[in-house]
Design a protein around this ligand. Structure first.
Ligand code: ADP
Length: 480
């Protein structure tokens, strides 16, 4: 794959300029310098992309599932073959450590493999009417053109998590990546062409005019599925817009994951899990551990060990050797984290550990562990989205559950305990779509990812992931 070939909007298998010639700039978070000028799609480009996608629908949806699966499988292989280039691109525009970027490429590729395997198992059903006289034929059809808006924290995986099931189901797609990280999604689309995907089935429109492009898609009757990953605030706006055309939506929104350490937990395992759940991608992860509830008998020990582990992670430009913590995605992200930490300290939190911050340019935020964080600190209720671990203690489990569930979010939670039955009981009581039990890494393309409450609607991955792109058609057959 030639990364330098990435040049503009990717529509109909071709690189194009925006209809009005507008461009925007992509920056390297490690240097704060511009790295690429990219075409900025507007409403006209959004409409063109939907037309192109719709024109490819009949052909792609009629392509036998086995053949669709083979394209997806080839895309899986192509992503692995191009892993170093793709990971470099992710680090360049997102900032994350190269080792995290490589892990992301592998995770992202896995969606192609998983949904290649699902494409041939869509199936249909046949039944007899209970009262006799006729039969039920229940078919599964691809929904139609699917439109996606994705965030910057996983530039490859958030694209493939949506693209792969849509293509497996027979739906063509249009995708708008985040303005901070448009290059990786463009590279993925070009790789799909190399893997044999017909032109027009996967179209990617970078832009800094998000509302214009997404708004155009949600007003277009040809768009039959909309899937968004991003903040709850933006999700709410898009959900309202989707209501006008009654567009079927999937929403993966914000989280506020509690990380619970019971008194009987293996503390070494809990610290390792905490690092996985907190520090992957610099903490810019929607399922990142956001608040640590540690039993008061082990809190001092856990906090000290976590502080030691977090502050010894090597911070620096993501491409440098040994770096485990790169810069945040942009200057606004650093300001936001800083404001949340300042608020917590003002309300009585103590800085238990703080890692170094490199000299020179780059949007860096040092790994930070806060102890004695009061429940009313803002960061206990908002996504921190950075390398900050606020620790508080608990005594009684009922009180813990009440505090952990006292949030409008419900994406993920983590529980550490040597008593599996107790951990599973606790997992049942936490109001979230996902729980890690003695595990800090929970994402798996073969499992349903998603949240409850204001963390989202629907699930991606797993068996559920492809369902979002299928419509059910029931045919009543007169057959005595
Ligand atoms: P974050 O705060 O993490 O950047 P956002 O929800 O703002 O989360 O961004 C996620 C995605 O939503 C990005 O692709 C962004 O461009 C897009 N986006 C932001 N605002 C809007 C909007 N009003 N309409 C459509 N898309 C939007």
């Amino acid at each position: 794959m030639n990364i330098d070939a990435i040049d503009g909007l990717y529509v109909g298998g071709q690189w194009r300029a925006a209809a009005d010639g507008r461009t925007f700039t992509v920056f390297d978070p490690a240097t704060e310098k511009p790295v690429r000028e990219v075409a900025a799609a507007g409403a006209r480009d959004a409409a063109t992309a939907v037309r192109v996608a719709r024109e490819s629908f009949d052909g792609w949806s009629a392509t036998p599932p086995r053949q669709r699966a083979e394209v997806l499988r080839a895309a899986f292989t192509a992503m692995h073959e191009n892993a170093p280039d793709l990971a470099r691109l992710i680090t360049l525009e997102n900032g994350k450590a190269y080792r995290d970027a490589l892990a992301e490429v592998s995770y992202a590729a896995e969606f192609f493999r998983w949904f290649a395997e699902e494409a041939v198992r869509i199936g249909s059903a046949f039944g007899d009417a209970p009262q006799g006289g006729f039969r039920h034929l229940v078919r599964r059809h691809p929904a139609g053109v699917a439109a996606f808006v994705t965030p910057w924290n996983f530039p490859a995986a958030m694209a493939t998590r949506k693209i792969a099931p849509a293509l497996a189901a027979g739906c063509p797609v249009v995708l708008k990546p985040a303005p901070d990280t448009p290059l990786t999604a463009l590279a993925v689309a070009a790789l799909l062409t190399e893997a044999g995907l017909p032109d027009g089935v996967c179209n990617v429109l970078p832009t800094d005019r998000a509302a214009e492009v997404a708004g155009r898609w949600l007003r277009d009757e040809r768009v039959r599925k909309f899937s968004f990953t991003g903040s709850t605030a933006t999700g709410r706006i898009l959900l309202k817009q989707a209501a006008d055309n009654v567009v079927n939506v999937t929403m993966e929104l914000g989280g506020n994951a509690p990380f619970v350490v019971r008194a009987d937990a293996d503390l070494d395992a809990a610290v390792r899990g905490a690092l996985d759940a907190k520090m992957r991608g610099g903490g810019e992860v929607c399922i990142a551990a956001n608040r640590f509830y540690v039993h008061h008998t082990v809190a001092a020990e856990f906090t000290a060990r976590l502080g030691e582990a977090m502050s010894s992670i090597h911070i620096g430009p993501g491409m440098d050797d040994g770096v485990g913590l790169g810069p945040m995605v942009n200057a606004a992200a650093v300001d936001r984290i800083d404001r949340l930490v300042t608020d917590a300290v003002r309300r009585g939190a103590r800085v238990a550990a703080r890692g170094p911050k490199p000299d020179g340019p780059g949007w860096f935020y040092p790994a930070t562990v806060l102890a004695d964080v009061p429940d009313d600190a803002e960061l206990m209720h908002t996504e921190v989205f950075g390398p900050v671990a606020p620790v508080t203690t608990f005594d009684d489990e009922d009180d813990l559950v009440r505090r952990a569930n006292d949030t409008t979010y419900g994406l993920a939670a983590y529980v550490y305990s040597a008593d599996l039955a107790a951990a599973l009981r606790l997992a049942d009581r936490l109001e979230t779509g996902m729980v890690g039990v003695n595990r800090g890494l929970i994402s798996d393309p073969a499992a349903p990812f998603g949240g409850v409450k204001q963390s989202g609607l629907g699930r991606e991955g797993g068996r559920e992931g492809i369902e979002a792109f299928l419509e059910t058609k029931y045919v009543a057959v007169d057959w005595p």
